[in-house]
Ligand binder design. Structure first.
Ligand SMILES: [Zn+2]
Ligand SMILES: [Zn+2]
Length: 299
């Protein structure tokens, strides 16, 4: 089961108490989690599963994620208010983003991305020009949209994940929202590999001997690096040049909170990039959505 947002907040509070202060990135993450937790609490009782058991089974069969954009019950005023809170939190830590804090403070509700922009983000397409804001980097805007939508996605995921037959899905994108994986773990029981959705934190089962980005099963193209303790693995694919950070729960003796592991293992991202590998592909094609070109290497 995905980690509860409040468990992450609690963990960071404990860490802060023990260590006196949190590094700036974790401090910001803690603030974002508090905003997101508040939203989750507000909408928890309002979200009901919109699909019958048969419809869910059919989608799993066809490889269609359980929430299409039009099925997301979005409360737009709440979304706009969340966007404002997220940008305020980011403005307090603007050094992280290399964006002037005044620009971030101006971002607030007036420039809240329109429906078209949110839909484009959800369907993994390029943000429309109308959504772009002068002086704000596209990647940064994408990150803010992600942080804003996250509690809505997480709340939907909670109502649906229990209905997903993991053995029948095994695809390279999230069964709930269609997002790409950005982290994985090997489970304690059998060392099976589970992927973690970069957008809604849903976990799903995926074969170890296949690349979750280009689907190749060519064993000559697949490899992994490991650290001295064997805690982390960095899966790489020579076919598409993507990498996937993974934690081996058979080796990790302490409590592991996956969403935090993304941040605790940032050095692995650095190492992967230095060796020429790319982070997850945001443009994986999903059945039922319009075709688009694959993201290619930019830097
Ligand atoms: Zn997802
Ligand atoms: Zn690949």
């Amino acid at each position: 089961m995905p980690v509860e947002t409040d468990a992450l907040i609690h963990h960071l509070e404990e860490k802060e108490r023990k260590e006196g202060a949190l590094p700036q990135l974790l401090k910001l993450y803690q603030q974002l989690l508090r905003v997101q937790s508040g939203v989750e609490q507000k909408i928890a009782s309002r979200i009901e599963p919109s699909l019958s058991r048969e419809a869910i089974s059919q989608r799993i069969q066809d490889g269609i994620p359980l929430i299409g954009f039009d099925e997301l019950a979005l409360d737009w005023p709440l979304l706009a208010a969340t966007f404002a809170k997220i940008t305020t939190a980011c403005a307090e830590h603007s050094e992280i983003f290399k964006v002037p804090p005044e620009r971030l403070r101006e971002l607030k509700t007036e420039s809240f991305p329109n429906r078209e922009a949110i839909k484009a983000w959800y369907e993994k397409q390029k943000l429309p020009a109308t959504a772009l804001i002068r002086g704000i980097d596209r990647n940064f805007l994408t990150a803010i949209i992600h942080a804003t939508l996250k509690p809505f996605l997480v709340s939907h995921a909670k109502t649906l994940i229990g209905s997903v037959d993991q053995e029948r899905w095994r695809r390279s994108y999230c069964p709930i929202c269609g997002g790409s994986p950005d982290f994985a773990y090997l489970d304690e029981e059998k060392g099976s590999r589970w992927l973690l959705c970069s957008r809604c934190d849903t976990e799903w089962l995926f074969q170890r001997l296949q690349c979750p980005f280009c689907d190749t099963q060519d064993q000559n193209a697949l490899a992994y690096f490991t650290d001295d303790e064997g805690r982390y693995r960095l899966y790489v694919c020579e076919h598409c040049k993507h990498y996937l950070k993974t934690i081996d729960l058979r080796q990790a003796k302490d409590e592991v909170l996956l969403p935090l592991e993304r941040l605790y293992s940032l050095d692995l991202d650095r190492q992967a990039r230095e060796q020429g590998y790319l982070t997850y592909n945001k443009a994986t094609k999903i059945p039922g959505q319009s075709p688009r070109t694959r993201r290619t290497r930019k830097n």
